[in-house]
Design a protein around this ligand. Structure first.
Ligand code: FAD
Length: 464
């Protein structure tokens, strides 16, 4: 297979953002305004915060400012795996918060149900399919690891289906599949950009004032509230919620905790009926393999396959650059892996190839806090699993801004923070050694070297 040839028509744009339903941008803020709550960021974090704030108290005056367009960043270009997990997966949650994992799982399930209910309530068509997800083993040691995980999940009273190679291939037919774990309830597939645009519409319907192309450039205390500067105006807000993800936080102290990691995806042309029949996939589940450098893949509503992951790229200095969204060597690698997984689809072509930055923190799941004596809250660090968890993060930010002690804010997971990343050049070197060690572990039956075992003991890591 010539991977360059099957990519030669691929447009360098996220498939989801090409949808003709992409809404017009709303006018930028010009002049001064006041509000009860200012939300900074028009991804899922900001949109959920604004919407839930209005649902909690319809009389609240809420303004949302977005530096570019709603949903253009991670929220409009992700894989669309909307997971119940608030902890970047059960395994990570078990390692870090074993005593409260049952609560976290319950809150996460309620959060996923809450997303589904919101879509119904506002009539948002985001191609939501509650198909679940199968974690796939493609190497013998991964089969063992999946069985260990299944036992741990069962000990927590949760439901998971173990599939052997034949059962798995009856679901989705790949010669590389050796076994799998199917979480039937805990994950939904969604059209990510339509989710963001639908939430924007819902916010507007509840009276949220949204300004796009309005970057917040400065935040400070002002009287009993805050003053936020934008290119052509100012917002005087009683409270501020920051949903700015991987972008430099308006709170400098938050920046060392998050590094941008670029993740990449391909989208194929739609499969013909015969091509689809050759792989089965009647259950339309999301799939992910279980390597350290993992792939994630799923069907779109029109039966394309999104195929992403594997390389997770950190650039020295932690810069965010538009040109990093394209990485031909990664696209070629991904295309090669795609046809190893589905050789029966030989000849299929890719229509889109894109990348985006993930807000990786060293514990792989979001952290939360306030600043300026409780007037400003933030939620950040979702590390590649924020499609569902950002709604939970929005609730936490609103609890914190209200000064309320809730079940959410009393969680150890919410009260604690990850370890920050060291400054450069140690940061780059550490990430580089970790990435190479993870690659080596994938090649060596999962064996973790001394470096990885030391990081494990310190509760530190690098993931996407
Ligand atoms: C390629 C890729 C694949 C992924 N796949 C999945 C997946 O399948 N499942 C999953 O759960 N997660 C996935 N993720 C992660 C997921 O997309 C994110 O966790 C989630 O979208 C985060 O939402 P957010 O609102 O916090 O961030 P964003 O969507 O990045 O939104 C932040 C917004 O804030 C704006 N902003 C920043 N600073 C300012 C400022 N100063 N003033 C005004 N506006 C500002 C930005 O312009 C941006 O629009 C993926 C991410 C990528 C990049």
């Amino acid at each position: 297979m010539d991977s360059a040839r099957v990519l030669s028509d691929a447009r360098p744009t996220p498939f989801w953002l090409e949808d003709p339903g992409r809404p017009e941008a709303l006018p930028a803020l010009v002049g001064d305004t006041t509000c009860d709550l200012l939300v900074v960021g028009g991804g899922y974090s900001g949109l959920w915060t604004a919407l839930i704030a209005k649902e909690r108290d319809p009389s609240l005056d809420v303004v949302l400012v977005e530096g570019n367009e709603v949903g253009w960043a991670a929220s409009g270009r992700n894989g669309g795996f909307c997971a119940a997990s608030l902890t970047h997966g059960f395994g990570n949650g078990l390692d870090r918060w074993p005593s409260e994992l049952a609560r976290l799982e319950r809150l996460g399930a309620a959060n996923l149900d809450g997303i589904e209910a919101t879509l119904k309530r506002y009539g948002i068509d985001a191609e939501w399919e509650r198909t679940g997800e199968i974690d796939v083993a493609t190497q013998p040691h991964q089969v063992e690891e999946l069985h260990e995980l299944a036992e741990a999940v069962a000990r927590h009273g949760l439901d998971i289906t173990v599939l052997d190679a034949d059962e798995l291939r009856a679901e989705v037919n790949s010669p590389t599949f050796l076994g799998g774990l199917w979480d039937k309830e805990g994950v939904a597939m969604v059209h990510p950009a339509k989710l963001a645009w639908g939430l924007k519409e819902a916010c507007l319907s509840q009276g949220v004032r949204i300004h796009e192309h309005t970057r917040a450039t400065d935040l400070r205390e002002y009287g009993s509230g805050t003053a936020v500067r934008t290119p052509y105006g100012r917002v005087f807000a009683r409270r501020v919620a920051l949903g700015t993800n991987v972008f430099p936080s308006l709170l400098k102290r938050v920046r060392p905790y998050v590094v941008p990691v670029y993740d990449y995806a391909l989208m194929t042309e739609p499969l013909s009926d015969e091509q689809l029949a050759s792989i089965g996939w009647h259950g339309r589940q999301g799939l992910g393999d279980s390597a350290n450098k993992f792939h994630y893949f799923r069907l779109s509503a029109d039966n394309r396959i999104l195929w992403g992951g594997y390389d997770a790229v950190y650039h020295y200095g932690g810069h965010l650059r538009h040109e990093y969204d394209q990485r031909p060597e990664t696209f070629r690698t991904l295309a090669g892996h795609f046809f190893q997984c589905f050789p029966q689809l030989e000849g299929l072509r890719f229509t889109n190839a894109w990348g985006g930055a993930i807000d990786t923190c060293s514990r792989f799941s979001a952290f939360f806090d306030t600043a300026y004596r409780g007037k400003v809250a933030y939620a950040v660090g979702y590390t590649g699993l924020g499609v569902g968890a950002t709604r939970f993060g929005a609730e936490v930010m609103l609890d914190l801004l209200a000064g309320e002690r809730t079940e959410r804010t009393s969680l150890e997971m919410v009260r604690s923070k990850p370890l920050p990343f060291p400054p450069e050049p140690v940061r780059w070197a550490g990430i580089e050694i970790t990435t190479r060690s993870l690659e080596r572990a994938d090649r060596n039956g999962g064996h973790r070297n001394l470096w990885l075992r030391t990081l494990d003991r310190l509760g530190l890591g690098f993931d996407s």
